[in-house]
Ligand binder design. Structure first.
Ligand code: TXA
Ligand code: MG
Length: 322
């Protein structure tokens, strides 16, 4: 059931239930992070392998004391003060209060303070840290509306809190603050340029380690639509396919004249607007029975462009870039 009753959502969470919850990045599948049984339900509903740890959501920096070991690095505070609440997850050493199932046995925990006003109200009202992965079946495109959650997981959760369409549209950027200098584990809603500016240096990006992933959501098959997707930076690929009825184009800013089915991520070339439309359009095209093939254009590599391209690369069956 979809609704806007925050009290009801909070009561369900306090009772150990799992619900759909809006955030500014993507919708989450939330449960009490301190209740191992509630967390086990999240893994079961998502069909998520237990080696892939969850992010814990808070509404106030003081909650970090319960969740983390006491000594937090200066970089943690620099990034938290600058970007929280917002689309940034910070990995810190975990305390014993966080059940091992949340972190898949890791000694660290990812923490995020979401900016969505309904998420904040919910966290405040239930007064619990909430473990919440993206509310999609494991490996599929993250949901950016309550309806997306309902279509795939609606019969498995008692409630989906509807906070409208997610404004950022990409998952949070993940930064590992347990190492010095810090490392970026996932590109996301805050650009690397902005992180670098706050830190005063450009951190290493280590998003790919498929044998023993530190951010296993970064396995290369993640965010995959069911349809075949080609990611390309070559104009001729689009021109060759103009007029094909079963083929949709996902373009960054400029339409291709004469093609019937196309989506423009950002007509005025804004990386933030493109990010906000990415999963929405991918789902629309994936759910359209007339479309068999999606040809997606690589985004320019600045701002949120690298995070967009990262998701497109993972969604792609074929990457055809220079
Ligand atoms: O924007 C977001 O981060 C959304 C919203 C709901 O907050 N959540 C989200 O969660 O994207 P999920 O579970 O789909 O992705 C979390 C990623 C996974 O790739 C996981 O491996 C990584 O975070 N992660 C969680 N805890 C970690 C840790 N202690 N160390 C390294 N990576 C971790
Ligand atoms: Mg996810």
């Amino acid at each position: 059931m979809i609704g806007t009753d925050i009290q009801k959502a909070a009561a369900l969470l306090q009772a150990g239930e799992v619900i759909g919850m809006p955030t500014e990045t993507v919708y989450g599948l939330a449960g009490n992070a301190l209740n191992a049984q509630a967390v086990a339900k999240i893994f079961a509903i998502k069909k998520r392998p237990t080696f892939d740890p969850l992010i814990v959501h808070i509404f106030d920096l003081s909650q970090i004391e319960l969740l983390s070991k006491s000594s937090l690095s200066e970089s943690f505070y620099v990034l938290a003060n600058r970007f929280w609440p917002g689309p940034l997850t910070l990995v810190v050493e975990k305390s014993d209060a966080v059940p091992d199932i949340v972190t898949s046995g890791l000694s660290t925990v990812g923490i995020r303070m979401p900016a969505h006003p309904m998420a904040q109200q919910l966290l405040r009202l239930c007064n619990l840290p909430l473990a919440a992965p993206s509310a999609n079946p494991f490996g599929y495109i993250s949901p950016v509306t309550a309806e997306h959650v309902a279509r795939q997981l609606g019969d498995q959760v008692p409630y989906i809190l509807d906070g409208g369409r997610c404004q950022i549209g990409l998952e949070s950027t993940i930064v590992d603050c347990t190492v010095s200098p810090v490392r970026i584990l996932r590109k996301g809603g805050i650009s690397i340029d902005n992180i670098s500016e706050a830190l005063g240096y450009k951190p290493d990006v280590q998003t790919h380690s498929t044998d023993n992933p530190r951010a296993p959501g970064m396995l290369s098959s993640h965010y995959a639509p069911c349809k075949k997707l080609i990611l390309t930076d070559k104009e001729e690929v689009f021109h060759r396919n103009i007029g094909r009825e079963d083929t949709a184009f996902l373009l960054f800013t400029t339409p291709v004249l004469g093609h019937p089915e196309q989506r423009i991520l950002s007509p005025n070339g804004s990386d933030a607007e493109a990010a906000a439309n990415l999963f929405f359009y991918l789902r629309e095209l994936d759910e359209n029975p007339h479309i068999q093939l999606i040809i997606a254009q690589k985004a320019p590599e600045h701002g949120l462009g690298p995070a967009i391209n990262d998701r497109l690369r993972r969604a792609a069956t074929i990457v055809d870039c220079k």
